[in-house]
Design a protein. Sequence first.
Length: 181
Amino acid sequence: MKTLTTIISALIAVSATAFSAPSQAALVYKTTMNHGSVACGGMTQTYQNMLSTRPEGRKNRMSTIAVVQCGGVSTPLNNSGDVVVYEVGFNNTTAANITVSCSLTDGFGAAGGSVSVVYPKSTTIPAGGAAWIDWDGTDTGGTSWDNGPHFIYPSMTCNLPLNAEIGYTAIIYQEDNGLAN
């Protein structure tokens, strides 16, 4: 009986130590992508009517600029600002370079309890080619892509010229994997 009591006492001591030891969950990077034809649409019905949906993405088929909005790519909200990088990819189906201007808006304003911040950028899509725009830690005051404040509620608006196409939107975000470091 004394042996059993000793073993039980030892197991209780080991269990108490294991459960009382501080554990820190590890944050891991994950990527989520959405196809442009699903994630993006015209800002108004007029702009929506200017777009065609193709297997390659959402394309402006009219001669004037279409204002297109892409929602935030779905991600779990673990902390205040888990989105480290927001990216949009473009296609150009013409024989000339096309410049696209976009703005990432982060925050819901007063409705979401945060201040909305706008980060404008542009890129030139080479003739018959592809290009992309990334927003990351260097846009929010960091010194590299993965440091600096993260985005919490990102969405994007682009002025899409004739024959420019949004192929995809993507994010890199942090998620708690539940494992100790």
